[in-house]
Design a protein around this ligand. Structure first.
Ligand code: ZN
Ligand code: ZN
Length: 421
């Protein structure tokens, strides 16, 4: 038996969970202040949800999914992303018939079979938002502002926000045509994947990571020149709203999402200087998604942030420190006859909301004081013969070394008073 977690997965040990919790707390506060509510969907779904909702022919669906048959021979897939599940839930529970827009957020593990490297895991974690039921460009701006606000609150102020519009099915039709005309003469020099993409959906050739493909299509027409009047206006409003909100962005013609249900605004956020996996998040509008999954027309926009990427960025930039929570109070026994008494006090002070602990390995008095220090205890309650005989507790301040003698009644209040100072 191999005593090792599977490749591409990682344990997050208590020293690190403190960092995760801090980031999660900051993110959650922001999401809620932007009126998002949490949704929790299953970690696995019917495989066809992702085939339709992420798209056949995408790398995710064709190469990276964890797909398996369960014991009833149903094809199931561990979710590779969160948006498709949200859209499925919107349809399944007829949320589209209620008060709109709905603003949902989710957080949790996602799964993709990809080559692991720094910042890239096979089980990774995302926090994402989805707002369904409005096509307002101001909602696009708000969504981007939310993402930027989260990064700033984490200390990641040196970000690069890339922005583009991928238009709508109407304007994409003419763009597709001009792209075909441009790529056609060089299509034989494309990688095998791109040859197929060129047949199925030429926009996806722009997504290719192979450098030779980029060189072959250099000078390709940009989608911005093909936008219809409505899409052009939508994009202009988003840009103005961002500028008015002091959000810097880079218009990026190369930011193209090849799937048909993606519409209008697309964005990606990078933290320069953290290595190859510099994109910490991205998103966009997907007005065609709910319909593509069998629901009614329901516009939507969202983004996802990669937790591991955020942590990588914070660590690389030296912003990742967070103290693991310790205890406030430690109870030191000078004799194991006082165990019962110690448990009683622990119960009492824990009920008062004070973080407390004691030794359970029979350490000597001196070793217990060392242990209390390691746990970060600010106060130690000493219980020895004298204390038991005379009915008081000795409360020792670990910083000032000051000692107080307190009776049972005074104990909790005194601890709280000292802790508050
Ligand atoms: Zn359009
Ligand atoms: Zn290619």
């Amino acid at each position: 038996m191999q005593v090792k977690a599977p490749r591409g997965t990682a344990d997050i040990l208590p020293g690190n969970t403190a960092k995760w919790q801090k980031i999660e707390r900051i993110i959650k506060e922001h999401l809620e202040s932007f009126a998002y509510q949490e949704v929790r969907t299953p970690v696995f779904e019917h495989t066809e949800l992702f085939q339709h909702g992420v798209g056949q022919g995408t790398d995710i669906v064709s190469k990276e999914m964890y797909t398996f048959n369960d014991r009833s021979k149903r094809s199931l897939t561990l979710r590779p992303e969160g948006t498709a599940s949200c859209a499925r839930a919107i349809i399944e529970h007829s949320i589209y018939g209620g008060v709109l827009p709905v603003k949902w957020y989710y957080t949790g593990p996602m799964f993709r079979y990809d080559r692991p490297q720094a910042g890239r895991y096979r089980q990774f974690h995302q926090v994402g938002v989805e707002a369904f039921g409005s096509n307002s460009p101001y909602l696009d701006a708000e969504t981007i502002i939310l993402m930027v606000e989260i990064l700033s609150a984490l200390g990641l102020t040196a970000y690069e926000l890339h922005l583009n519009s991928v238009g709508c099915p109407v304007c994409r039709q003419s763009y597709r045509q001009s792209l075909i005309e441009h790529i056609s003469p060089v299509k034989d020099s494309l990688c095998p994947d791109c040859q197929l993409r060129f047949q199925q959906n030429p926009l996806r050739v722009l997504d290719c990571k192979v450098a030779a493909c980029h060189e072959a299509i250099v000078g390709y027409p940009v989608i911005h020149d093909s936008l219809c009047v409505e899409c052009r206006e939508h994009y202009a409003i988003v840009r103005t709203a961002l500028t008015d909100s002091n959000v810097d962005y880079i218009h990026d013609d190369q930011l193209v999402r090849g799937l048909d249900y993606y519409t209008n605004t697309a964005f990606e956020i990078h933290i320069p200087g953290i290595g190859a996996q510099s994109a910490v998040g991205g998103g966009g509008r997907y007005n065609g998604l709910v319909q593509a999954l069998g629901g009614p027309y329901l516009p939507g926009i969202g983004f996802a942030l990669g937790m591991e990427r955020l942590l990588l960025a914070l660590d690389t930039l030296g912003l990742g420190e967070s103290e693991a929570p310790g205890v406030d109070v430690f109870i030191a026994l000078m004799n194991d006859r006082f165990e019962t008494q110690a448990l009683k006090i622990l119960n009492k002070i824990r009920k008062a909301g004070i973080r407390a602990d004691k030794d359970y390995t029979g350490r000597s008095g001196k070793a217990q004081m060392k242990y209390a220090d390691r746990l970060g205890a600010k106060l130690v309650i000493l219980i020895g013969d004298e204390e038991i005989e005379q009915g008081f507790y000795t409360l020792r301040n670990m910083q000032t070394k000051e000692q107080l003698q307190l009776d049972n009644e005074q104990l909790v209040d005194s601890i709280k008073q000292i802790m508050a100072n």
